[in-house]
Design a protein around this ligand. Structure first.
Ligand code: MN
Length: 248
């Protein structure tokens, strides 16, 4: 699927709408399609950004529009672009799921590691956020959280601790490990639990970006306030879909 015609037009659309302050990137993609199977969607991105499924303003006041715009259209866009460069340089087929590359990332360059992780992590991040979130997990996901952590509240404490104590830049994760158990971890830089170099390995189903670029404009040094606000915009349906995909 080289030269997919939808990509340049999506990019143009995003650029145009960004200028107009509208910023909803749904051209060429059915809305339901974006949420149908998020895990599979990531695998099928072809190393390009999925249009953001909501406006930059959608997560306010918890995550402000300016942060979202710069984060998506500059930071995340650069990871995707640099990943495609690295793939070209290292002869990596971009038609394959990115997970394949991440699983053996120790065989590739630092550029591939930083940008492959960067692209994957941000695609996951956008997909597990929504304007009206924070309802909490239900059903099998809630049961699994209770089984692994004792209670939802105990999970939140553990996840927040992982996010707060990650020194410098990185991510906090809720992941499904090889035994099917839910685990909280954090990774430095743009590493993630899919990587063969990760201390705690598994399939991430929820991730929180704790790089300063994710919160500094609104929260400055107050990372804990950003972490608290994060729960207000979590799309638990998307997390549950990822959980189901990772455990079946
Ligand atoms: Mn980021």
């Amino acid at each position: 699927m080289k030269n997919k015609p939808s990509n340049p037009s999506r990019r143009e659309f995003l650029a145009t709408t960004a200028k107009a302050g509208l910023t909803v990137g749904l051209v060429g993609t059915a809305f339901s399609d974006l949420f149908a199977h998020p895990a599979q969607k990531i695998a099928g991105t072809g190393f390009t950004q999925t249009p953001l499924p909501y406006a930059y303003t959608a997560l306010e006041p918890h995550i402000d529009a300016r942060t979202m715009e710069i984060h998506y259209s500059k930071h995340a866009a650069a990871y995707a672009s640099n990943l495609r460069d690295a793939a070209k340089e290292e002869g990596v087929d971009t038609a394959q799921p990115l997970e394949n590359v991440l699983g053996s990332i120790s065989k590739y360059s630092t550029k591939m590691r930083n940008n492959g992780g960067g692209h994957y992590n941000h695609e996951l991040f956008w997909s597990i956020l929504q304007p009206v979130g924070g309802t909490g997990p239900v059903g099998p996901l809630l049961s699994a959280i209770q089984a692994s952590f004792g209670s939802y509240d105990a999970f939140v404490v553990q996840f927040e601790a992982a996010a707060k104590t990650r020194f410098g830049s990185g991510w906090a994760w809720l992941l499904v490990d090889a035994s099917g158990k839910l685990v909280v971890s954090s990774t430095p830089n743009q590493d993630n639990p899919l990587m063969d170099v990760a201390e705690v390995k598994g399939t991430p189903i929820l991730g929180l970006d704790v790089w300063e670029h994710a919160y500094y404009l609104n929260y400055q040094n107050r990372r804990p306030d950003y972490i608290t606000a994060f729960w207000k915009v979590v799309n638990w349906k998307a997390v549950a879909d990822r959980f189901a995909a990772a455990t079946t």
